[in-house]
Design a protein around this ligand. Sequence first.
Ligand SMILES: [Zn+2]
Length: 181
Amino acid sequence: MSPAFQVSCSAGRSLFEAGKFHAAHDAFEDGWRVCRGDEKRVLQVLVLWAAALHHHENGRGGGARRLLARALERLGPVDETFDGLDAESLKTCVIETWGQLEAGEHPTPRWPDAIRPGPARVALEHDARCPYCAEPVQVSLPMEELDGADSVEDCPSCGRQWALKVRRDGADVLVSAHRLE
Ligand SMILES: [Zn+2]
């Protein structure tokens, strides 16, 4: 799973579960813009699902059902074994919302069990290198420390210390290593 997918999924999930569907839609869309392949398709399904619930809340039931139909269409090609995510579980939850809207019931969307924000630690992909010997820097951080983490690390290659900074920029995560003065 890419960091962008995890960041977007995790941020969107909190908003979705709080019933803030419009904001959740935006968070999923941030990830959708930068992710690829199955990650992009799953995020698009989440974008459409959140948008449908937002439409429903605003009394646009027809639009909501059209968006759900598109969400299910997009989910078709997603590999079921995709990176630990269970596409079937997501489909079940979206169909459940569809059924509730069709029956004129108030939707009670639940987050698919199999879709979690990802493992507790995230291995970041980036281009940062040791400022002394140019050894590529490996970064693995707890999910909740992705934004604003500062630490001092020993270079595994030359043994000198650098200051490591991690910043979030939308769905991107920026990593840099600086010399300690
Ligand atoms: Zn080094």
